[in-house]
Structure formats: C-alpha cells, structure tokens
Design a binder for this molecule. Structure first.
Ligand SMILES: [Fe+2]
Length: 310
C-alpha cells in the first residue's frame, strides 16, 4: 500500500466569492467544476481544490467553526491500494467504501478520503543556483517572478489535542513515517518511506482545539516564493509570516492569511528523505522554526519590509 501525497482539498467557506478571488490571486488555475455549486481550482500537477458553501449538506461535519478544510483527499497509485486501505480502516469511525474511494474520519475529526491519483508530471525550467564548486547557471541571469503558479499541494498542518493518538492513527493505520518531532508539541510525518520532509504536520498548542493551521503549496524555487508572496501583498492579502526559512525542513516559505481558514503557504527546497533518515527528537525552539523570517511580509511595490503601526 502506497499513499502518494495530497490529491485534493475540499473547503467549506463563508464567502465563496472572496475565496475564489484569493485562490486566483494565489496562482491556482480555475477549472470547470464537475460538482454542482462547488468552485474548482487546480495546481499545475492537476491536484484539485474545491470550494463549497460551508453549510453545503454534501460536506462532512466541520472540525472547527468558520471557513475551514472539510475533506482531505490522499492519492494512491492503484486499485489494490484502496482494497488494502479498506481492510485496514474498516473499524475506523466514518468508514465508507465505494467503487472509487475509501473514506474515514481521523481521530482529530478530519474527513479523509483515498482515491486513485490523477496527478500529472510537471516539467518546468528551473534555473540553478551557483554555489562554490557547483556552478549550475552559466550565461543566464537568476529569475524574478511577478507571481507564483503552485505546482502541487505539498502538506497540511492541523492543530491537534491528542497528539499521541492522532500520530498513532497515521502511523499504524496509514503507514506514515515520522520525519522529525518536537517533544510534546508536534510531529512531522511523510506518507511514504521515501519522500519530501512532511506531507502532514500535527501541532499541539495548549488550549487550542482541533483545527486547520495551514495548507502548503510547492513552487519551483525561492524566487517564486518571493514573487508569489509579493504578488499577494500587491493584491492586498496579508502575510502571516514570510519570507523566511525553516531549519527543521530546510524549506524557504511564505505564509499568507487565507479566507478559506488558516493560512496558505508557498514553499520550496524542503528536505527529501529515505529509509536512511534518522528522525530527530527536538525541543521546539525559535531557532528551529526560523533561521530567519520577515514578520508581516515584504511590500510588493517598495520591495521592502511591510511597515506596520505607522
Ligand atoms: Fe508548512
């Protein structure tokens, strides 16, 4: 059984038009929705994001108030993977099986669905970085992007109360691997033995109930992280934090506050792990979360840090 990564996100939102504008500005491509009254966007690799009205009866119950993620769809490669999942998940609350999918609730209250992947390979020109002893770009300038075009849905981060219980579910029922952990505070997990640093991060914050922290989208390089974040600033969307870099996964990031709930993240250059990786158990610290970061973002016009508070 192999879970490939995130295939689709279904959000229930309070204001579909505002959410539609946000996704368009974020760089997702509008699609022709096959679901009545639901709005469809997709990434370059054809992963999907659906917007529903938050009261739409076709959505499962929400795990928090307001606009938020209602269903997280994971991709599998073959029909036999669905059979294997159906066997493993048969005793899990919310379990259902149909011809095309398996679904259940995770212990945090999120509806999970498993489907065959329809993602496509994306080939892009990604100019290299020139570093000492490793010249990858010759007779060519380094790019500047005026906006981002996310390639795929990279990871999801949930607030959880029962960190151990939720982690155990993903490990034991779904075969997720622990990449790194913050003692008592969070666990980074990847769906496959070999893959990017995390597809899922479970975060425990005192007195914070279950909910969505952020969803993250991959872009080709750090320049597209910067171009995307500044484009969102020019469109008047607010930055939560970014740009910056996480030592814990090595990724460059930029988080934008989202009207869909939580934040949306552009990121790139995260670690790629195999069976040889030894998970680290670490005390959470500011230095691990951020090597450096800009609070409030960069202004898309002045190209300087956003000045707040007059
Ligand atoms: Fe993230």
């Amino acid at each position: 059984m192999k879970i490939k990564g995130i295939e689709e996100l279904r959000f229930g939102v309070e204001d579909i038009e505002q959410a539609r504008q946000f996704l368009s500005d974020f760089g997702l491509a509008p699609g022709i929705s096959d679901v009545q009254d639901a709005v469809l966007f997709h990434t370059q690799n054809q992963s999907r994001l659906y917007l529903y009205d938050k009261h739409d009866s076709r959505l499962p119950p929400a795990f928090e108030d307001g606009s938020t993620l209602r269903t997280l769809v994971w991709a599998v490669e073959q029909a036999s993977d669905l059979d294997a999942l159906a066997e493993r998940l048969a005793d899990v609350p919310g379990f259902a099986r149909d011809a095309d999918s398996v679904s259940c609730l995770d212990p945090n209250g999120m509806c999970l669905r498993f489907q065959l992947s329809t993602q496509v390979a994306v080939e892009l020109i990604v100019p290299g970085i020139n570093q000492h002893g490793d010249i990858r770009r010759v007779d060519a300038p380094s790019p500047v992007y005026d906006r981002a075009r996310p390639i795929g849905i990279g990871h999801v981060v949930f607030f959880v109360e029962d960190l151990d219980g939720v982690e155990a579910f993903y490990r034991e029922k779904l075969g997720f691997q622990v990449s790194d952990r913050y003692i008592g505070k969070g666990v980074f997990m990847r769906a496959s033995v070999e893959g990017h640093h995390h597809d899922l991060f479970l975060l425990r914050v005192p007195n914070k109930p279950a909910g969505l922290n952020h969803v993250a989208f991959t872009v080709r390089d750090i320049h597209e992280v910067i171009g995307g974040g500044m484009a969102m600033n020019r469109k008047q969307w607010s930055t939560f934090i970014g740009p910056g870099r996480h030592p814990i996964s090595s990724a460059y990031f930029w988080y934008v506050n989202s009207p869909l709930g939580g934040a949306f993240e552009y990121y790139t250059n995260d670690d790629y792990l195999t069976a040889a990786w030894q998970p680290r158990t670490l005390e959470h610290s500011l230095e691990l979360f951020t090597e450096w970061a800009v609070e409030g973002g960069l202004d898309g016009n002045t190209r300087r840090q956003v000045v707040t508070g007059g």
